[in-house]
Design a binder for this molecule. Structure first.
Ligand code: HEC
Length: 223
């Protein structure tokens, strides 16, 4: 009998162990290698993404952070990252699933941050090719001017994944709708009655505003 009890307790102990093991969901294997050989540009790709989605939301700017994480510049962002080590990068573990405190990043954006960390989380600036948009008021096509400006200044807050905005600027059809309503020019020119965009940032340079205005006046062609 004693033997039986002993056996029972040993086996139930083993069962409890197994049970606990299956209950605590272990971290999935996180990638250790970047999925691209292109160098991710901190200045033009990572910083705007984190500023727009995390700092200007009133959560991770220096004035309002309660989590101790600030996403305003390289130094503060780097403090939440261990280069080449996703599991020990607070920044990554927070956004890994794409949803964090109501802010949604799409899979491409998560992968971008993942690749940047796995490339060493460097302060890459003035990256050639990535920021090469030369504004010229005689070029006001959708593809080669308007879209580039909206992509760099607006879509981080106005895309299909951002649930707290009804305005989308991530497809031609959506941009056309916003343009036709007068809102697009209203918000960039800071006209009375409209919000001032980009939110929390300086007004766009004259040239970029002229390009968007001219495109709207031309009937918003998909060119
Ligand atoms: C940091 C986030 C952020 C950025 C960047 C941003 N917006 Fe907004 N935008 C908002 C929020 C928040 C609102 C208010 C909620 C809503 O209507 O979606 C808003 C509202 C708008 C509206 C509706 C305005 C109104 O008065 O009804 C338009 C149009 C708009 N934004 C266009 C733009 C354009 C164009 C840019 C780029 C030049 C831009 N936004 C950049 C966050 C942002």
């Amino acid at each position: 009998m004693k033997k039986f009890l002993l056996l029972l307790s040993v086996s139930s102990f083993a069962w409890v162990l197994t049970f606990c093991n299956t209950q605590s969901s272990p971290e999935p294997d996180l990638p250790t290698q970047p999925t691209t050989t292109d160098t991710i540009c901190f200045e033009s790709q990572i910083l705007p993404l984190l500023r727009f989605n995390c700092a200007t939301s009133g959560c991770h700017d220096a004035a309002s952070t309660t989590a101790g994480v600030v996403t305003e510049d390289y130094t503060t962002i780097r403090a939440a990252v261990t280069p080449n080590d996703l599991a020990n990068s607070k920044l990554y573990t927070a956004i890994r699933t794409g949803a964090h405190q109501g802010v949604r990043l799409d899979q491409d954006q998560v992968e971008l941050i993942q690749n940047w960390i796995l490339q060493g989380a460097n302060n890459t600036t003035n990256c050639s090719g990535v920021t090469a948009f030369e504004c010229d008021t005689t070029n006001f096509t959708y593809t080669n001017a308007v879209k580039i400006i909206l992509d760099k200044e607006c879509i981080s807050c106005h895309n299909i994944n951002v649930s707290n905005s009804t305005v989308r600027l991530d497809t031609y059809e959506e941009v056309k709708k916003v343009g036709a309503s007068g809102a697009l020019v209203g918000v960039i020119d800071w006209l009375p009655g409209w919000r001032t965009m980009p939110q929390g940032r300086p007004q766009l340079p004259d040239c970029e505003r002229t390009v968007i205005r001219k495109w709207v006046e031309a009937g918003m062609p998909n060119n």
